[in-house]
Write a protein that binds this ligand. Sequence first.
Ligand code: ADP
Ligand code: MG
Length: 914
Amino acid sequence: MTEATGIVGEFLSLKADSDADLLAMQCGDFYEFFDEDAEIVADELDLKVSQKSSHGASYPMAGVPVDDLTPYVSALVERGYRVAVADQHETADGHAREITRVVTPGTHLETTDDAAQYLAAVVGAGGDSSDPAEGADGSYGLAVADVTTGQFHVTQLDGPDARTRIQTELYKFDPAEVLPGPDLRGDDDFLDRLRERTDAALTVHTEESFAPGRARHRVRDHFGPETVDSVGIADDDAAICAAGAVLSYVEDTGVGTLASITRLQSYGATDHVNLDATTQRNLELTETMQGGTDGSLFETIDHTTTAAGARLLREWLQRPRRDRGELQRRQSCIAALTEAAMARERLCETLSDAYDLERLASKAVSDSADARDLRAVAGTLSLLETVEAIVDDDDRLADSPLADALDRLDREAAADLAAELDAALVDDPPGTVRQGGLFCRGYDEELDGVIERHEDALEWLETLPDREKERAGITHLSVDRNKTDGYYIQVGKSEADEVPESYEGIKELKNSKRFTTDDLQQKEREVFRLEEQRHELEYELFGDLRERVAQRATLLQDVGRVLAELDALASLAIHAVRNDWTRPELTDGRELDVEAGRHPVVEQTTEFVPNDLRMDGATSPPDQERASGHADADRQFLIVTGPNMSGKSTYMRQAALITLLAQVGSFVPARAATVGLVDGIYTRVGALDELAQGRSTFMVEMQELSNILHSATDDSLVILDEVGRGTATYDGISIAWAATEYLHNEVRAKTLFATHYHELTSLADHLDRVHNVHVAADESDGDVTFLRTVRDGPTDRSYGIHVADLAGVPEPVVDRSRTVLDRLREEKAIEAKGSGSSEPVQTVFDVNAGGFKRVDESETATADGGTAAEASDGGLDPETEAVVEELSELDVNETPPVELLATVQQWQEQLDDD
Ligand code: ADP
Ligand code: MG
């Protein structure tokens, strides 16, 4: 067997033992990929493939230099591959190779992305229904870790809908990698949704690691038994299983950051605002519907100067809070920062020098931090003093909760560590830790001795040419060093014969000759020995220093978190000042009262017309209000009508975003706002709007509507935008109608419902808390002007015909179209019956009975008769008849104004032809 077979054979056998997608195996100075792996890697990364022939067979081979592996592995992991790395090490008889780590999307330490990188394990226990509408019972556990920062969150959800809710929870983290528990691996519905909603890589981790006993042991072992009890998950088996699996996976991949996971953060189902994936997408929190980041809420309001600050701000937007105390604390900080302009600017300037301490902590723990990283730690820790001085110097900041956050840090420990690192490392250390030059003089006595001798020896070498020139009387003489010859004396050809006898020639070049001497050889050996000694000693000392930093991982995480928070708060303050945002009043009531509100993203690019929104909650607790029957003061369900493009969708999203920002603790785009805290925000956009973007089907729209009707509570905010639009008119109205009744009567959520089904506006007469608003448009100057102002009451229903009239469509046509429209309306006869009245009104939908009622026949007959008479009396010619027919069939609300005008113009031409 040849050596080649050996290597490829070894590669294939290591690969077979690993469940990674790709293997990079060290072969001396290179990491090589063979066989299929070589082809994949070459394809993905544009590497050259060569052929490795062995034993008659030939294998594709691609390699990268040892020092360049990291960026290649990163690129592969970012493309979703799990890459195993096998390192080579010396053994008594030659060398051996073994897999030392597996780099996966969720455990990738060298990520270049500032955003959090979450690895999640999710465990299901019990509950056999996979139909979300059924509300599967059981317990579901979720554990989520970011190995790059040491963040670790766990939660458990029990009871009805736990399955759906845990998925929503999981999506919120936008995980890079998910470890489904044994129960969920065969659950196609769960896996399909996961694939649909996230880009996460799915990894099957050993079943044992999820086993309750083993997981519990591991979690207690890692965090300490008291911690598990104190965060209240001791009895949450599902949460423990998920947590145990994550810890085990992090350990198995060999990423080496397990020790940076120092804190077990358990959170309950009621800590955060429920925001499902569809809502996150609809509200364009971090990504727009088109998939870009430009124009997202985050991109718009982000003025952070550090990666950690940006990461935290993004996290706040994705996981708004329900804890009024915490939100008010953030508000107070922002308020102080908006007022203290100078201090804020100095703070931001100071923070802009900060490095990502949370990530540096993980690097220190995993032994991957180099001297520059530790200098960054020192530099960032020492900023704390400046930050503290800035806060102390300004009374507004000093009296704000910002000061408390700083006070809670162990600033002495931070200063000590910074001082220790400062005293140890030179200002601008090299990027490698194996070649010395890292430490300052005076740090270590032994090292100082070695350095002194090393430098003395170098000094001897440096001055050697002068001494030799003088001794031998040679002018063209220099001393140099290269890899093959080591140190040598070089003499010009012309003088090469005049060198002293002690010179021993080693090489002849074209114009010169190289020599060595006993002294030089001795010195050379000394220099090499000292160099090696110095490198080893510095490497050793550096390892110790890094270890001491790693032991303070918690301190780095704490300081990093506070600096990130300052950055995020300052960013919100900056945005508030620049855009004239206001501090909302937060209440535990159910009101949403916004004066002159704006859409935070649209206002950036448009001359935005501010709008009021008034949804008032009961001043008494809901139960009492329900019992008292005085519900007419309530205005909790708004039906939003108005022509196409008038601003309905914007108005509703604005309401959702103002609520969301308020629950981030941020100021909001409005003159004044009172926001009753919500437990969830749910938005749905009708399938037609979504279909245009090739995203959705009516089935999905209905599934999502079903989810809302199941999940929303009387503390939620629901935004329905043209829901029901994805199907035939009668279907659509029926669904919209019934959903409105259900939301109003059963769910009792605060709801905004934009609809082009004008019929729904009559619901306001019958359902106590339903009110109509419309987005006004002005047609007075013969032109349609969108006023963008929201007013009470339903929109003018003959808006389209009015436009036709304005456009100069001949009177008979306009009149006729009014008649046709009336008739159509009567035919549909969707006029709700007054709730208190017993007057017989044409009704298809009976609000009270919730069913269909027979339409009064005589009235319909009248309408029919009238039509017939007019048709013959008017004596319309066929051409006009055709136009009228088209007109009657045109759905005004479905047609964009421009198209409407064009159609009208075409009719005019048709009529003129007569
Ligand atoms: P609709 O849902 O009624 O069809 P949209 O909400 O999609 O209308 O808004 C249509 C256009 O009007 C959008 O381009 C939007 O930016 C703009 N717009 C909406 N509301 C306002 C406003 N209050 N001030 C200025 N422009 C607005
Ligand atoms: Mg719209």
